[in-house]
Design a protein around this ligand. Structure first.
Ligand SMILES: [Zn+2]
Ligand SMILES: [Zn+2]
Length: 798
């Protein structure tokens, strides 16, 4: 029986809880008020510029439960970035209320990302009795476009591209009713007041009205045509993924011979018809961001082979807008059944940025698509689809864009507003404000003028949204990167300092930042294709110690350098890389498959380049090692997209039943490849299974790199190691190394929020740039010494 005394002595506590993140315009305050009422807590909650603040009073257990719910059960569109709680003295009271917002001048809220159509909206869309039956722009408080329609902050309808669609009386009533699920949902509309669809070709409208437009598009798809589809972040090119002829035609028109296409389907059952889907992969596919998820293809597979030639995987995603859902549903009364798996690839020519305006689409996509499915809501910010892979239950970001951008990564401390411009391929940029780092969506390869223009406008847009101007600009060390040149011009024009960061140092810093480990000294493995080294050779197989200050770095290991004949040219022709590896090992190409992949003249030219060193550049790139091994094993000698040979080598290795044992020696901080290459060549000559050799290569590299890292971690007295760089998109290598390093008792950091590839680089640049700026203030001399020490240490390796 509870005695009266304990009840009387029931401890009451008051806590102030501050929740930061995407917590405004997403139904957060009503959620807090509901939870507080259920837990019989008194107090209040409200918005200020950057957070929701809560003061609640009750028993510690009930307050703990409130905190748990704020973290775990927050509304679907909200993103809790961090939650801070402190104990106050009790004040009494019996009610819990929502208090008016407090705005601080000059401060900005966070922009929410775009979210896939929710189950409630889908239900209404399928309900003949609902007034939004088959409405192509149905949304509510919990779903729909956000980032891609926002033109200014604060986020209200007039500041979005929905401003040109005034709400009808019925929508207005829903918007104003706190009990309605569309209360204060900025992008809502209906058949009466919303945007409209039409289909056009050569500037001529072929059908009007939403349903006749969709019926027309279904007929084009069923007849094997290509449709450009205006989405929420840009245009896609769509065609029937099971029709080999149209897939081949799309490849020819897009000038994209091999790079895999993503496939969209209406539900998991359809995806499971062409790919294996684990529970973790299903969870990834179903996230509100609806990323493309890399899945194992079924054998046999109903998809056309041309969707992902030479690969055992396919990138799949679920429909994520009402228009997508309607694309897969027959139009009532129409005869054509739409395909249930559509190629959905970004609407651009290979290498160019995504199309996002109507004029741009008419200009650039008319030669590729037979018709264009248009709508009249403008896209304010282009945003590509995101891509993730699942490795042992963990999601690895491959491309962080729609649904994730522009959510911030939280940094441990405040610092100057910093603009870091990223790398050259798979580019993103990063803007820091206070302790937030905002990474842009995927901008792609910076090689073209179009790409540079879209980079520039994306930078201007993010700066304007946040209402800030940078105090510091950071770029890669590589003077030839378009982003480096742009940063130099930008910094000069604004009278700002330009800082540059070594490529692999930035990779490791990016991993530390996203793991919340800045301040932890680490030995980082940065394996990628190409990065400008401190000694001006091409790095890419680096093991770096990075100190607690993030600015101190020492190269403690690397791949044994070898010569690339033709420098960058070798990237497109892996046989050149293979010849470089053979040259280093003192082996003739002889009757290897690769000798037949090029003309005698070309082969002789490469051989003479390698023996004289003229036209060659030394490299320690592990990405190139993968290319070279792929060519040695006859997988691929010429590529049409970045990392193609390496991706195909990984696929071959995954098909192996047993691995061939191969040697890889570690000497004095160097991963030596000569014995490895000799053993591979011997294996090929002996007729050993190539899949087994490919798997053996992965294992040998993982074992040798682990040995080197374990020794370096011991020497540097660190317990934390990290795996970063584009090569770690290779899940075989990643899993192998994670397991081995973990078994050696080390804490292993891997990427979970930003890509391991160059898409994550800008975050690391920003972090290093800010740390150096902080050091310059206090210990300028120390920082200079650290950088000099790194140069001295690596100088002898060229
Ligand atoms: Zn909804
Ligand atoms: Zn309406």
């Amino acid at each position: 029986m509870p005695d009266v005394e304990t009840l009387a002595a029931r401890p009451v506590q008051r806590r102030r809880i501050v929740v930061r993140g995407v917590v405004q315009g997403v139904g957060f305050r009503p959620f807090v008020a509901r939870a507080a009422a259920e837990l019989r807590l008194s107090g209040h909650c409200g918005n200020d510029a950057l957070s929701v603040f809560v003061e609640a009073e009750g028993t510690p257990a009930d307050l703990d439960e409130l905190v748990r719910r704020l973290r775990d059960e927050a509304p679907p569109l909200s993103v809790v970035v961090d939650l801070h709680s402190e104990v106050l003295s009790p004040r009494g009271g019996s009610r819990f209320e929502i208090v008016p917002s407090r705005r601080l001048p000059g401060s900005r809220t966070l922009v929410p990302p775009d979210v896939a159509t929710c189950a409630d909206c889908l239900r209404e869309m399928a309900d003949r009795e609902d007034r939004r039956y088959r409405h192509p722009f149905i949304t509510c408080t919990n779903c729909g476009p956000r980032f891609t329609i926002i033109q200014d902050l604060p986020y209200d309808r007039p500041a979005t591209t929905m401003a040109s669609f005034p709400l009808c009386a019925r929508c207005e009533a829903e918007y104003a009713d706190p009990a309605n699920r569309r209360y204060h949902a900025q992008p809502i509309s209906c058949h009466d007041c919303g945007p409209r669809l039409w289909v056009e070709a050569d500037g001529r409208r072929l059908a009007h009205g939403d349903d006749s437009t969709l019926a027309h598009v279904h007929r084009v798809l069923a007849d094997g045509g290509i449709v450009a589809v205006k989405g929420i972040g840009g245009f896609h090119l769509a065609c029937d993924a099971t029709n080999p002829a149209v897939v081949a035609r799309l490849r020819a028109r897009k000038h994209r011979p091999d790079k895999p296409f993503a496939v969209m389907a209406p539900d998991i059952t359809q995806i499971a018809g062409f790919a294996e889907v684990s529970a973790a992969e299903q969870a990834a596919l179903s996230r509100p961001a609806r990323p493309i998820v890399l899945l194992r293809r079924r054998v046999p597979c109903p998809l056309a082979d041309g969707v992902a030639p030479g690969l055992d995987e396919v990138g799949a995603m679920l429909a994520y807008t009402p228009v997508h859902h309607l694309l897969f549903r027959p139009v009532p009364g129409a005869s054509d059944l739409p395909p249930q798996a559509l190629v959905m690839t970004s609407g651009n020519l290979s290498g160019e940025p995504l199309c996002h305006t109507d004029e741009d689409a008419r200009d650039r996509l008319s030669g590729i698509a037979d018709v264009i499915l248009m709508h009249d809501r403008a896209i304010a910010v282009p945003c590509d689809d995101s891509v993730v892979a699942v490795s042992r239950e963990t999601e690895l970001p491959v491309r962080r864009s729609r649904g994730y951008a522009p959510l911030p990564v939280v940094l441990p401390d405040d610092g100057p507003v910093t603009l870091a411009v990223g790398a050259e391929i798979k580019n993103t940029f990063c803007l820091t404000r206070q302790d937030y780092a905002f990474c842009s969506g995927h901008l792609g390869d910076m090689g073209s003028l179009e790409a540079q223009r879209s980079f520039e406008s994306a930078v201007a847009q993010l700066l304007a949204l946040h209402g800030v101007t940078p105090a510091l600009v950071v770029a890669d060390d590589h003077p030839g990167y378009a982003t480096h040149e742009w940063a130099q011009r930008y910094a000069d024009a604004a009278g700002l300092p330009l800082d540059t960061v070594q490529h692999h140092h930035a990779h490791v810093a990016s991993l530390l930042a996203e793991s919340g480990r800045i301040g932890t000294p680490v030995v980082g493995v940065a394996f990628d294709g190409t990065g400008y080294g401190c000694d001006r050779t091409v790095w890419g197989g680096e093991v770096l110690y990075v100190g607690a200050d993030v600015t101190t770095t020492v190269r403690v290991g690397h791949l044994e350098p070898f010569l690339l004949a033709g420098g960058d040219h070798a990237v497109r022709h892996p046989f050149r890389v293979a010849l470089g590896l053979l040259h280093a090992a003192g082996i003739e190409a002889g009757d290897l498959d690769l000798a037949r992949s090029c003309s005698d003249r070309e082969c002789r030219a490469v051989a003479s380049q390698l023996s004289t060193g003229i036209g060659c550049v030394a490299t320690t790139s592990v990405g190139r090692l993968f290319d070279g091994v792929a060519s040695l094993l006859g997988v691929r000698h010429h590529v049409s997209y970045e990392a193609q040979a390496a991706v195909e080598l990984e696929a071959l290795a995954r098909s192996a039943t047993t691995a061939v044992d191969l040697p890889m020696r570690v000497t004095d901080g160097t991963l030596c490849h000569t014995e490895l290459v000799a053993a591979l060549v011997e294996g090929v000559h002996a007729g050993l299974p190539r899949a087994g050799l490919a798997l053996g290569f992965h294992r040998a590299l993982a074992a040798a790199a682990t040995e080197l890292v374990v020794r370096a971690a011991h020497d540097c007295e660190v317990e934390t190691v990290g795996l970063t760089g584009g090569v770690f998109a290779n899940r075989l290598l990643l899993e192998e190394m994670r397991a081995r390093l973990g078994a050696a008792g080390l804490l292993v950091l891997t990427h979970r929020r930003v890509p391991a590839n160059d898409g994550g680089l800008s975050l690391g640049q920003a972090v290093v740039g800010r740390a150096r700026a902080a050091h310059r203030g206090s210990t300028a001399r120390k920082a200079r010494t650290a950088r000099t020490a790194m140069t001295a240490r690596t100088g002898g390796d060229a």
